[in-house]
Design a protein around this ligand. Structure first.
Ligand SMILES: Cc1cc2nc3c(=O)[nH]c(=O)nc-3n(C[C@H](O)[C@H](O)[C@H](O)COP(=O)(O)OP(=O)(O)OC[C@H]3O[C@@H](n4cnc5c(N)ncnc54)[C@H](O)[C@@H]3O)c2cc1C
Length: 508
């Protein structure tokens, strides 16, 4: 029996888990995939939005502004990469100036500090590659960029260090009321909890609708912040991207947005914390919630729309393309709270953009709601440890510091990923952390290895060998991203006809 089960180990589930471990309670995170950060949290623009987009008075508006503030604070304790580079929303026609002014006023109403409209001269100084048509921009110095993998892993590692349990490769298939508790069927196991939190990304509508079936309809129950016991529908809104090599990473120095449209914030051009250039996303609704392929039409749209705000984007430097799915619901706001008439069942649903930015504030809010409902007490002073050791980054380490690291552990001098400068020592470090990475992509999320120009062409076999050695795995057990993505399926020599040594014919 746990106090709380969280369904989904994306950035929302991991932030809630981390914040819940401040309280005296047992927490279990159940994830259908092989690791944290395998859903929408792994495929997005990675922008720390300043908070001028969402309508004032919405949960999105409130949690974006608060999440932005907490993001920079939490990075100090949790050691994930975040850079406050600032953002620009570019206006390319004088006719659009009212739209820019409206964004400024919305941001101020949401409490975003230091917003200002700048004119073309100042804009060109900030961004020499800005479009020749740009006339003005909204400057938001508190906008930034973050490592979405690093953030989610850091939250999960800190939650685990403070007592949270993680279960992977276990899809939740049922939630029922059993003997006054909630029973969650995950993989083959039945788990009991006093409270269950639905943080299932694009699948959160399925769990919400199950929660609604479990609601008693009793509106006299004493509940804190509730979500109406009505069906919810989440549409997967796909966003496609180009990712360019680090050689193109300085083409812009801030996040450059176009003016938002009814479908979202439009196509942006931005550096990433790893030094690449990201260009995208598109926005199109799709029926299939697993549809993360890119399309020729989507990528063509990325090229044409990005050229409206930034000129000469060096698309010949593209190293990969990818797509992510926003968990969009019609009212375009986060759905957070306890289900009416179902005490102990909580939604953290429809967390579309700016959900990454809002994650710290979502973690604080949802854990607070659950703590109130279950009457949890904070752990005694000094028991919760808010800090988590970072992973060495050799790209930002000076040669003297690197030399010192090599004196301590020569494996820091053994470079495994040449594109992203990742050593054996960093890979071994992350392998022995909790939650434990067991696949190539899980190592990528924690160290950046395989993310460079060769996209794992050179380093994948070396990382496989390290995983085999450190975890006692056989080559057939190492996967790219969990069950079904095995990399070794047999040995060449086993497939060649055995020689005829006994005169009775060889074995095929
Ligand atoms: C194109 C795009 C661009 C974006 N850009 C930004 C941005 O720049 N800045 C920003 O702030 N936000 C951005 N976002 C939004 C942000 O990425 C999301 O809001 C955030 O990642 C949502 O996290 P989550 O944990 O709620 O969902 P997810 O990361 O999807 O996590 C949900 C998890 O639940 C698991 N799950 C589902 N069903 C079950 C089940 N039955 N049993 C067990 N596990 C289950 C899934 O496997 C998944 O791991 C963007 C999103 C997209 C798609």
């Amino acid at each position: 029996m746990y106090d709380v089960i969280i369904i989904g180990a994306g950035v929302s589930g991991c932030a809630i888990a981390r914040e819940l471990t401040r309280y005296d309670c047992t927490v279990c995170v159940v994830e259908r995939d092989e690791d944290v950060c395998c859903g929408t949290s792994k495929a997005n623009s990675a922008i720390v939005h300043a908070g001028f987009d969402a309508q004032p008075g919405t949960l999105m508006g409130k949690l974006n502004a608060e999440g932005n503030r907490l993001m920079y604070e939490w990075a100090k304790d949790l050691n994930f990469a975040v850079l406050p580079i600032g953002s620009l929303v570019v206006c390319v026609s004088d006719d659009d100036r009212p739209g820019l002014q409206a964004l400024l006023e919305r941001g101020e109403a949401n409490g975003v500090p230091d917003l200002r409209i700048i004119e073309r001269d100042e804009l060109v100084e900030l961004e020499p590659n800005i479009s020749d048509n740009a006339v003005a921009a909204l400057w938001a110095p508190t906008g930034g960029i973050v490592d979405p993998f690093g953030l989610t892993v850091a939250l999960a590692e800190n939650a685990a260090a403070n007592g949270a349990e993680f279960r992977f490769n276990e899809q939740v298939s049922a939630v029922e009321r059993v003997d006054g508790a909630w029973q969650v069927t995950a993989g083959g196991d039945k788990l009991l909890a006093r409270a269950v939190i639905n943080a299932a990304g694009v699948y959160a509508d399925e769990l919400h609708n199950r929660f609604v079936e479990l609601s008693s309809g009793d509106d006299t129950l004493q509940q804190t912040m509730t979500v109406a016991a009505k069906p919810l529908s989440i549409v997967a809104r796909k966003g496609e991207y180009y990712l360019l090599d680090t050689t193109a990473g300085q083409h812009v120095s801030h996040t450059v947005f176009m003016l938002p449209t009814a479908m979202g914030k439009g196509v942006l051009v931005s550096p990433t914390v790893h030094g690449n250039l990201i260009v995208g996303p598109t926005a199109s609704d799709v029926d299939d919630k697993e549809s993360t392929n890119t399309t020729p039409a989507g990528l063509a749209e990325v090229v044409s729309k990005s050229s409206l705000t930034v000129k000469n984007v060096p698309f010949r430097e593209v190293i990969t393309t990818f797509a992510g799915l926003r968990a969009h619901q019609e009212a375009h706001d986060f759905v957070i709270g306890e289900i009416e008439g179902a005490p102990g069942l909580f939604d953290c649903a429809a967390i579309e953009s700016p959900g990454l930015t809002s994650a710290p504030a979502i973690g604080v809010m949802v854990s607070g709601l659950v703590a109130d409902a279950l009457k949890l007490s904070p752990k005694p002073e000094g028991v919760f440890d808010p800090t988590r050791p970072g992973v060495v980054n050799l790209v930002t380490t000076s040669f003297d510091e690197w030399d010192e690291l090599c004196q301590q552990d020569p494996a820091f001098g053994h470079i495994i990923c040449r594109c992203c400068r990742v050593s054996e020592a960093q890979i071994v470090d992350v392998i022995h952390r909790v939650p434990q990475p067991r696949s190539l992509d899980a190592i990528k999320r924690r160290t950046g290895a395989t993310m460079g120009r060769c996209q794992g062409g050179f380093c994948s076999p070396k990382i496989m060998e390290i995983l085999e050695r450190e975890l006692g795995m056989s080559p057939e057990e190492v996967t790219k991203r969990g069950p079904g993505s095995e990399l070794v399926v047999g040995y060449n020599k086993d497939r060649i006809a055995a020689p005829d040594t006994d005169g009775e014919g060889g074995e095929a």
